[in-house]
Ligand binder design. Sequence first.
Ligand SMILES: *Cc1c(COP(=O)(O)O)cnc(C)c1O
Length: 426
Amino acid sequence: MLNPELCAASALIHDAADPLSGFAAEFHHPRDAAGRRLVYLCGHSLGLQAKSAAEYVEQELADWRHMAVLGHHAARRPWIAYHELAAAPLAALAGAIESEVIAMNSLTVNLHLMLISFFRPDAPRNCVLIEKSAFSSDRYAIVSQLEFHGLNAAQHLIEVEPRAGARHLRTADLIDRIGREAPRLALVLLPGVQYLTGQSLELGPVIDAARRAGATVGLDLAHSIGNTLLNLHDWHADFAVWCSYKYLNAGPGAVGGCFVHERHARRFDLPRLAGWWGHDKSTRFEMGPEFRPMAGAEGWQISNPPVLSTAPLLASLDIFRRAGLNQLREKSISLTAYFHRLITGLLPGLVDIITPEAAAERGCQLSLRLALPAFEAKRCHDRLTAAGIIGDWREPDILRLAPAPLYNSYGDVYRAVEALARAVRS
Ligand SMILES: *Cc1c(COP(=O)(O)O)cnc(C)c1O
């Protein structure tokens, strides 16, 4: 059992030594009715608002107010190419080259667009492999695409799950299963960080296995982008999709993102759902009848960019650029390890951490199961919220808490564990 006073003191020491501690002040932290700052550990669901977001949005409102349609070319950040401003910083976070990434639509929409191009079932190769506890929207999207091709989930959806009694997928098991299913495998779709358990999959070797099996491979990076280090170009994934309102702090429903590997940049033979914004930009406004897609990820765009929902993304990406993803990840590893130590040290036997312990196998989130009857556990989450600690509850029994290295401190983590200890024991 750790000593609480010593833990509080160590939080202060860690925060004083943290070179990134200044970034917390660049965000608005929510407060309770009495004006006290809440401890926000819910960046895995909706990231905090950067203080600069308002300026970015106001700039576009002002340009719209003052110049209306002329803003397409004359705005401070011309709207016609607004999404291009996100490409370099997104590429840095994704481990991609600029032409491989595009800010557009939202995650599930992008997943559908990618499936139209990269899920080309052709018997006997007409199955999709996903994980059994895949995010609901991913499964809905996949099943609807199977049905769109005249296939069905019962025969064409392969769902992998951890071994009996285990919580996490093992890389070797995944690779083995992919190898065994190879002849009928058209597509493998996997998450980076699993939303429920917080497990970060070992993507490189799994992608290699899927490619060896002759399948295309797509990734859902909703919980990975801005959280873990990604290397999409070198991993050779076919495509990846993400949303920007979680660790990228771009605000509710913000514009999402998409990666298409460079080797597909000029695959104009692939079917794709077309729109004018994917058309060659040098001749787009000739409004000709023939669709000529741009090379690279931009060629999968359909509509002109949603400027107001992209503005807060640019604000946040600028903060990521200044902080540096490697430094953020380094802090994140240390912060989450500290979180893990405090929970096991201050709440021995009372909390089961279901997220893997190795840094390489997790991002910043810890998923907890409380050693209480289900009803009590949920009440415990309510007490935690009332005490000013914001995490979230996933039915039936998982409490997710994620210290984001950009705006959370070791002191936040200490306050959260102290409140959790009180909530569990009361
Ligand atoms: C948050 C999340 C989504 C969100 O999908 P939208 O289309 O942006 O609403 C999808 N997949 C996963 C794994 C998520 O965590």
